[in-house]
Design a binder for this molecule. Sequence first.
Ligand code: DX5
Ligand code: ZN
Length: 216
Amino acid sequence: MGKTIISPSILSADFAKLGQEISDAKDAGADWIHIDVMDGHFVPNITIGVPVVKSIRKSTDLILDTHLMIENPQKYVEPFAKAGADILTFHYEACKSDAEVIEVINHIKSFGIKAGISIKPKTQPDSIFPFLEMVDLVLVMTVEPGFGGQEFMHDCAQKIPSIREKSREDLIIQVDGGINNITSKICTSLGANSLVAGSYIYKSDDYKKAVRSLLN
Ligand code: DX5
Ligand code: ZN
């Protein structure tokens, strides 16, 4: 497998100096920037919306890896795509049927950007097997979505090999939640090749050292 993609989650960054926090992450070796969109319905928290993504787009050339933890993702694909997201990852659990999942994937792809599908801790990986050929990325949540700084759930990482086994070689398997220098290696050895890390990077006093320690 190729390089492991590091995607710092700005949820743990200082929002009062977001542009600087993103460029610092880039200097530290980040490949993508992970943007957590929460609507207060799909998850209890409210975070970032379309105007913020638009501003981030103007301030960085990093890939905007946008994680939609929202109900009714279909409705918001277009605004986030037009705001400049490069990847839109939505939740399998936010869709009412398999047909809706396919509609959301196709809608995302119609904007020429990458489509990702995510599963929460209690969702079994076989629920998304029918869609593996259609998506660019699978995000395996390793905490209950909603907040940064939670503890890594080891059971969730055990879903990775079965997804890897069923998927084509270029599928990106991303993990998100509780990723640090120890849990990152557990995930990559199980087959993940994209690591989201929020508090581990943004709450550290040396972003470069933190990014490096996720890899070796
Ligand atoms: C949680 C979010 C994560 C969060 C991860 O719902 O999807 O991206 O920022 O935070 P850490 O890395 O602190 O667990
Ligand atoms: Zn996330």
